[in-house]
Design a protein around this ligand. Structure first.
Ligand SMILES: [Zn+2]
Length: 459
């Protein structure tokens, strides 16, 4: 099975190397901004000509928005625009032009309704202050050194890694991985290199292929499993919260930027801001690590994992909840489970966002009309069951998998359809066509088509 995977390592750059990377990132920005200005100028020119009644065939020819087109235009202009162009790798200019080509495509797709999600704005100029410096290499000498502690990139040369790349090196050496690109980027003051790698993964089977586990991603715990196990929220965030608050207060006492009056931030503000960003980045790293450990364990062990498709935007509107959910990295768990079930030969089932997993009794199937978020215990008035709220939801999710399997193909009324119909029409279980493909990570069923079914196979 071939998958596309990213390997990211922190870098320890020498001052000269850092200048080299920044020069490349700056070159990417120059090419991006030059091409954007050119695109805008041509668009404005054509609009003006049309307003004078110039016929379409005699308008200024439009500029190609493809990467190849932008690159051609840049190569004709670079001697004049950037006489220093020979000092950096051509990959630097390519980075900027590629970003612009994708930005323009996203904008036009979004405008024509060919792109789901929120509307995409027209590309903006990149400023040195606001843009994250980054440069991507797709060709040339990209390799990991035999000591696993250095990487070699075109023009930038031999860069020291902060951590060992032995796992990637092992795959490269035995021929199960191929580096497609390397991106050097500064995140929260720290340099990283991310390799985009095509990996040939061995076919695997979960340790218990027939085992089903329901995962309720909660507020009180990171996750509650239908097996009864509570996986605690990562404490890193809580522990670091005092420090984050202190750093936030320190920042607020300094003179920050003010765009209305055109005030530049003070040096002290910039330092404090960088400290706060580093503290946040560290917490995010620790949290991601905790989530990876959980999702790896679950996908190696169980054949079927059932999760809920929570309406995140709705929940994030509630600010007190929002912080916890953001902390727990709800979307991140789903994302990781989606691709790791593919890797490990299991499957991920996603319950419809309207499926009342919390309100349904896992003992008798009765659905409550109301269940306040503050009620941590589920008490069933019909059968008298008293159970932890999240455990109850996890059990309901796990039970859905059995329905999914007995339902076969085509929509079939699921368990408790007779009861749930009172709540929300027909609750059906539907098998999505299997679409296990290379590196597929998408899980969210198409918008607006989810309300009539209780469960969707994510891949
Ligand atoms: Zn009950």
């Amino acid at each position: 099975m071939k998958t596309i995977q990213a390997y990211r390592f922190a870098l320890d750059l020498a001052p000269g190397q850092e200048r080299g990377v920044l020069a490349h990132a700056g070159a990417a920005r120059v090419a991006h901004n030059w091409a954007l200005a050119k695109v805008k100028a041509v668009m404005d020119q054509r609009t003006a000509e049309r307003s004078y009644g110039v016929p379409d065939e005699r308008l200024t020819p439009s500029l190609s928005w493809s990467l190849a087109g932008l690159r051609k235009a840049w190569n004709q202009a670079k001697v004049e625009v950037a006489p220093w162009w020979g000092e950096v790798s051509k990959e630097a200019f390519n980075t900027g032009l590629d970003a612009l080509a994708r930005g323009l495509k996203n904008w036009s797709d979004s405008r024509e309704g060919a792109r789901a999600g929120r509307p995409v704005g027209f590309p903006r100029f990149k400023s040195r202050r606001r843009t994250t410096p980054s440069v991507r290499f797709t060709t040339g000498a990209i390799r990991v050194e035999p000591d696993h502690m250095h990487v070699v990139l075109p023009r930038l040369g031999r860069l020291k890694l902060h951590e060992s790349a032995r796992k990637l090196a092992r795959r490269l050496n035995n021929g199960t991985a191929r580096i497609m690109s390397a991106t050097v980027r500064r995140v929260a003051g720290r340099w990283h290199v991310a390799f985009c790698v095509e990996v040939e993964r061995a076919e695997r089977k979960p340790a218990q292929p027939r085992s089903v586990v329901g995962v309720d991603v909660g507020v009180k715990h990171l996750a509650v499993l239908s097996t009864g196990e509570l996986v605690g929220n990562p404490r890193h965030m809580v522990a670091a919260q005092g420090r984050l608050r202190a750093l936030g207060r320190a920042l607020s006492r300094k003179t920050g930027p003010d765009r209305r009056i055109g005030r530049r931030p003070s040096k002290g503000w910039e330092r404090a801001s960088a400290r706060l960003a580093r503290a946040h980045a560290r917490v995010a790293n620790l949290r991601r690590d905790g989530l990876h450990k959980l999702t790896t364990r679950l996908t190696r062990e169980h054949g079927t994992i059932v999760v809920e498709d929570l309406n995140l935007t709705g929940m994030l509107a509630n600010r007190r909840l929002a912080r916890h959910i953001a902390d727990a990295g709800f979307a991140e768990i789903r994302r990781q489970l989606a691709y790791k079930t593919v890797w490990n030969g299991g499957r991920l089932l996603v319950a419809d966002r309207w499926y009342p997993s919390s309100k349904t009794c896992s003992g008798c199937g009765t659905v409550k009309a109301k269940l306040a978020l503050s009620e941590r215990e589920y008490t069933c008035e019909s059968c008298g069951l008293v159970i932890d709220r999240d455990r109850n939801a996890a059990l309901n999710l796990a039970a859905l998998a059995a329905e999914f399997d007995t339902a076969g193909s085509g929509p079939v009324a699921g368990r408790g359809a007779d009861r749930k119909t009172r709540v929300r029409g027909q609750v059906a279980v539907n098998r999505q066509p299997g679409t296990t493909s290379v590196g597929q990570t998408g899980t969210v069923p198409p918008q607006g088509r989810t309300t009539d079914r209780a469960l969707t196979k994510a891949h």
